[in-house]
Design a protein around this ligand. Structure first.
Ligand code: AGP
Length: 607
């Protein structure tokens, strides 16, 4: 998704803007640009494609002078990726330049009315209406022009704004999209996320919705839409700077796969005290006994984590659980009320669909809890309660460690709820916690399969279609395995409930078709084995992922990948590991851009 940067200080802005944009590349983009105020004029340079093209255009920022500017990496929503549609967008007379993340819902009507007033639009974007509106309202008072513009536009936005009448300050405002102020020493910044700030400063301020920041090199002032100044709430970032670097791995994705044992430990261990799960700082206890339904809502892999969460929560806490795609949830007139608990799951905490679903849940009176990886993100601060996944910054677009951390939070939450609802006794509690604490070492053991899976990938990287099947928690895990493969290798893949094959899908099975069968639920092993036989009989190649005790399957499949035994409820944390490696190595064999797959963004902040 789009990335925004801004800078004001005593040194040339352009090289700093380019450097900070590079730190946001992982968010996904298709063009980039910067605008700098040089001798009272706005100089804008922008280019389709990678930031390298923009660096070439600006001679690494050397041919653009000025100490104040904004920059942007664009993930196209309105208008194809090209130079003209790239941000920043200047107003007709070059009075303003704007960078934007989000969507202006009513841009067509604004464009029509401004065109009638004589404004000429250069691009196809929704964003250009913002910069033209600013100029149309501007009478010398920039704040007044910004407030009037904000009252006119509908939708979601994070905006960086510069005006050529103001050579020492720039402006930032947001609604439903992230924007962070970096507080330096004699220089100040804005960025869409911390990865673009951490090398400059650890002091940040998370701008709130409908607050306007006025930023100079020596000061930051924040105002609400009534013009009243509000407090600048300064927070300290505690990331280590290496966390946002590859650390010697070929890709962030491989680094993050290998970090999963640590991430599981970091997420679980602090929440186990005296043999009990402890979830500090949440109000769940206050209303848990009034909850008669749980709805988990999320997108993509977070949705798959929610699928696992459903099975585990129902099994342990014995509360009915629905799982719904966030983009579907808010439009289905969901039957939730004050006795519902809605759990929003999100790595970035900024996914527009999930944030909107969460707000819909609150509007209908439900209690809300967020499972999020980014501190102070929109979803984290909107929900009544939040449980953080301590996965650290996840840079690869394809999530791995954050997904694994989400699973462990669901295990913790399910045990916590089950204890409070009296559904599990001391012995079961102790056994679950013991198995949970052993997960990291079992994940680590699976790393021994890397080479075997890499060799397997070399057999199948030319496949056109690959299926994943499983039952119950294995189906939930198969969904994630399938997404990992398709989103980074671009190979068509689908995950099916194994019992569903015979209701249509099995017609797609033909000689040599690869089917990855996840059969780690021992109580369902025979059932899934019969489904494996069904597809085998029709010519499929079978790679089975099973519990280490089920060696009987070797005579029935082409390849078996074993996972260490663990509590059946936790198998998804193990079965996903070989599928992460498989997706990675198939993509590598196809020469794909593993960390930044085409068309994808790390944080999808538009609907
Ligand atoms: C996962 O590999 C994908 N990148 C994508 O499905 C992602 O999980 C989804 O967009 C949700 O993102 P979030 O967790 O930041 O809300």
């Amino acid at each position: 998704m789009c990335g925004i940067v801004g800078f004001v200080g005593s040194t040339n802005a352009a090289p700093i803007l380019l450097n900070n944009l590079e730190k946001l590349e992982y968010r996904g983009y298709d063009s980039a640009g910067i605008s700098v105020i040089e001798n009272g004029c706005i100089v804008t340079k922008k280019a389709k494609g990678r930031i390298a093209n923009l660096k070439k255009l600006t001679d690494d920022g050397k041919n653009v002078n000025g100490c104040l500017g904004i920059g942007h990496t664009r993930w196209a929503t309105h208008g194809e990726p090209n130079d003209i549609n790239s941000h920043p967008h200047e107003s007709m007379h070059g009075k303003f330049a704007v960078v934007h993340n989000g969507i202006i819902e009513n841009y067509v009507s604004i464009r029509e009315s401004l065109t009638k007033k004589g404004f000429k639009f250069m691009s196809e974007t929704d964003t250009e209406t913002v910069t033209q509106l600013l100029e149309s309202y501007y009478d010398g008072n920039i704040m007044d022009a910004i407030v009037k513009t904000l009252h006119m536009i509908d939708g979601s936005y994070a905006l960086g704004i510069i005006c050529n009448d103001c050579t020492d300050k720039f402006y930032a405002v947001k609604k439903d999209n992230p924007l962070i102020i970096g507080l330096g020493d004699g220089e100040n910044y804005i960025a869409s996320d911390v990865t673009a700030l951490i090398e400059h400063t650890r002091k940040v301020c998370y701008l709130e919705d409908n607050e306007i920041a006025v930023i100079s090199k020596d000061s930051v002032h924040i105002y609400n839409l009534n013009g009243e100044e509000v407090e600048v709430k300064v927070k300290e970032i505690d990331w280590n700077i290496n966390a946002a670097e590859k650390g010697g791995y070929p890709h962030f994705m491989m680094k993050e796969i290998m970090e999963q044992p640590k991430v599981i430990r970091d997420t679980v261990t602090p929440r186990i005290k005296n043999g009990e799960v402890v979830l500090d700082g949440i109000e769940l206890d206050r209303y848990l006994d009034t909850v008669n339904k749980i709805v988990i809502t999320a997108c993509g892999s977070a949705y798959h984590a929610g699928f696992v969460g459903k099975y585990v929560l129902e099994k342990l806490a014995r509360v009915p659980v629905e799982v719904d795609l966030a983009s579907e949830f808010r439009y289905r007139d969901p039957m939730i009320n004050k006795n519902s608990l809605v759990i929003a799951v999100s790595q970035s905490g900024e996914t527009a669909d999930t944030l909107a679903a969460l707000k819909e849940a609150k509007r209908r009176g439900a209690k809300t809890l967020a499972i999020v990886n980014v501190v102070s993100s929109a979803i984290a601060t909107t929900a009544d309660d939040v449980i953080y996944t301590w996965a650290g910054p996840e840079i690869a677009v394809a999530t791995t460690k954050a997904y694994s951390a989400q699973l462990t939070v669901f295990y913790l939450l399910a045990i916590y709820m089950a204890r409070r609802l009296g559904k599990i006794d001391d012995a079961r509690n102790a056994q679950l916690i013991a198995d949970l604490l052993k997960l990291p070492e079992k994940v680590e053991k699976l790393f021994e399969q890397k080479t075997v899976i890499q060799n397997m990938a070399s057999l199948y990287f030319n496949e056109k279609h690959i299926f994943f099947i499983g039952r119950n928690l294995d189906y939930a895990s198969a969904l994630e395995g399938s997404l990992k493969l398709k989103e980074i290798s671009y190979i068509h893949s689908e995950a099916y409930a194994a019992g569903e094959l015979k209701h249509g899908t099995i017609s797609l099975i033909e000689e040599g078709r690869l089917v990855v069968a996840v059969a780690c639920q021992n109580q369902l092993f025979e059932k899934t084995l019969s489904n494996i036989r069904e597809v085998k009989a029709r010519g499929a190649d079978i790679v089975a992922i099973v519990d280490e005790s089920n060696t009987v399957i070797e005579s029935e499949t082409d390849k078996v990948l074993y996972i260490p035994s663990t509590d059946p409820l936790f198998t998804a944390s193990l079965s996903v590991i070989p599928m992460q490696f498989f997706g990675y190595y198939v993509a590598a064999a196809n020469g794909c851009d593993i960390d930044k797959p085409r068309n994808l963004a790390k944080s999808v902040t538009v609907e």
